[in-house]
Write a protein of this length. Sequence first.
Lengths: 420, 420
Amino acid sequence: MTLIRSWVESANQPAGDFPLNNLPYGVFAPAGAAPRLGVAIGDYVLDVSAAEADGLIVLTGGPLLDQPFWNPVMAAGPALWDQLRKRLIALLAEGSAFEAAVAPHLSPRAGVTLYLPFRVAEYTDFYAGYHHAVNVGTMFRGAENALPPNWLHIPIGYNGRASSVVVSGTDVLRPWGQLKGPNDEAPRFAPSQRFDIELEMGAIVGTPSVSGKPVTVAEADEMIFGYVLLNDWSARDIQAWEYQPLGPFQAKATATTISPWIVTRAALEPFRIPTPARQKPLLPHLAEPKPMLYDIALEVGLQPEGAEETIICRTNYAEMYYSAAQQLAHHTSSGCAMSTGDLLGSGTISGPVKESRGSLLEMSWGGKEPLTLAGGESRSFIADHDTLVLRGAARGEGYRIGFGDCSGKVLPALADPYAR
Amino acid sequence: MTLIRSWVESANQPAGDFPLNNLPYGVFAPAGAAPRLGVAIGDYVLDVSAAEADGLIVLTGGPLLDQPFWNPVMAAGPALWDQLRKRLIALLAEGSAFEAAVAPHLSPRAGVTLYLPFRVAEYTDFYAGYHHAVNVGTMFRGAENALPPNWLHIPIGYNGRASSVVVSGTDVLRPWGQLKGPNDEAPRFAPSQRFDIELEMGAIVGTPSVSGKPVTVAEADEMIFGYVLLNDWSARDIQAWEYQPLGPFQAKATATTISPWIVTRAALEPFRIPTPARQKPLLPHLAEPKPMLYDIALEVGLQPEGAEETIICRTNYAEMYYSAAQQLAHHTSSGCAMSTGDLLGSGTISGPVKESRGSLLEMSWGGKEPLTLAGGESRSFIADHDTLVLRGAARGEGYRIGFGDCSGKVLPALADPYAR
């Protein structure tokens, strides 16, 4: 696949996140205006509701783009998604007859505010990266019991908290929680000292499914509208004390940050790759009928306040043992209905080497091997005022499909969370 | 507290669920009409949107009752809740001058269809009943390790699936899932053979909280709009194989049934009781500043197809170790924002004796001690075509505050869930 050239010149730069091949969907507001649907193209955002109002976009079923969230488009299904994408390519391609009509609806991206691109219905987080599961399992249960017995048969997941999902750029307040170290006599309520990231991808459900009707992996793939980068902020000390027997709860409820642009399944199509070889055969209803992972290079930057950024992780979405389609199929296996706007976190994406681990818990091996940053500081977990940034891109010939930064700065815990 | 008499004569019967003291909120549709907000009174439902349209109800801030869900009223907060309740009592009390004006807006309850009374934002389920935790812990880990070490310090909870919540009367399809017995070599995908109930109460969040701001137990109590009965259908065989290390997922995703009427906090006020004596002191942010549990008698009926019903459990909400207010306060402790329409399941409410256990898992002790039903059949878990009914009521002098049945019939699993 090669670059599709656009009359928006900045979209033709090989290092840019948003060539015409990408066309990711976001919600933006020009200065002083209300949030509206937009598409990133080069250094600009196209106001698609304005383009629709002008008659430049005409969708089957009537106007659909004058909205504060992409959910109505997501619910409309793959045929409409395809129609909209084709029309946007026609409007923005080099030589398009519509350049003069479209140009007034472009705003420089640098000047706009970005919002959550969709209303999150429910949020599910998985634990489907092999190296992450082995690393965490080894730390907590020893190397011989690292993988739980079900892990190679089920994409293990748990329900998260949709109200905690925020868009890139939102500050994150260090949480308070119940903490109890192995040698403490009793728990105490205090700010988390082991606050961490999890580098993940998020898959977004477009078309819903029906209660009582499990979907196949192939059907699940068709239901997915697109992908974002996802940072599942995790308080490891809260998690250690609370998670038995029913899983993480408040440890994961402070915030989950997603990147602001939904990169569509269509844009990622050229980058499909299969999941790794199975270590045990999967039951037929979870088998991949075609490649459903994507080759997306990922990195994490950590920037202390006023200091330079250090890239602390480089990995790839290809490290997942299960694809989002497999996770979604499993999610419906009991008859659970999926909704437009459901968000599925992949699980932490760690690679096989130390430099490719997707959480500080793994990078610092539970705090025993602190990282040294470019400026000389060291970190086992996040310090106050650190900014953490996830970045990702699929790389074609002369272009890349980028996601935009997934960033958050950690602010100190409140002195007294109950002060009024 | 004694009965408040109504001119609706059936509301004055001591055995009825819906005296004027109750005034629970539901969503109903008369034959052929659209769902609308209603209040149960005796054998009738009052159409409150019609009453508002007639000028019989005037709420501060303008009309609010022409809705298909109670969420807008729930979001409006305690002052408006109080205003509406006082007005309804004035309209319906014996001797009210409004009898002639109100009477045309009553429909016989027997002739209406009931819907989910509110749009469920997110659903959280707790594990906060002491006897249930001890019973299940003893079965799974032995008597000496029955309670996890955190249990007496934290109301343990996990996020559930809001899309699975259905109203009483909805049939429940026996789920398929991955099953693996301890002696099986590999898992298989098959219908659950150990499908179960969990007798719970559900607390419904009215006023939301803000991200980053934990709420106190007293504030949490004020946020609760009301309560319902809740049956958290659970596939024990799916749960046993999937739940380590991140908790139950598909085992609890088939359905959660709630009773159709939201019984308000105001109606339950006379029945407040404290939680049981603490076995270990709680951290201050979780302590109850006043009684926040309720004395609500509960029972479960099991009716095989075409046979008589057997009451298989009698217990009381008073058996909980943590109140809903304590659970809600804990839920926000990490800064997690709560939303209007969040539903919090109490956890299974088992009492100290065998006849008071709130799940078949406990009643049959994991299938080792099957129950004998009135008609002579035996049960370890639910059989196809069984109807399970939860009932509950707080009992005053000469009246009861009932919830209406929380009922569901289990239908056989699909022969092939992937047949299209």
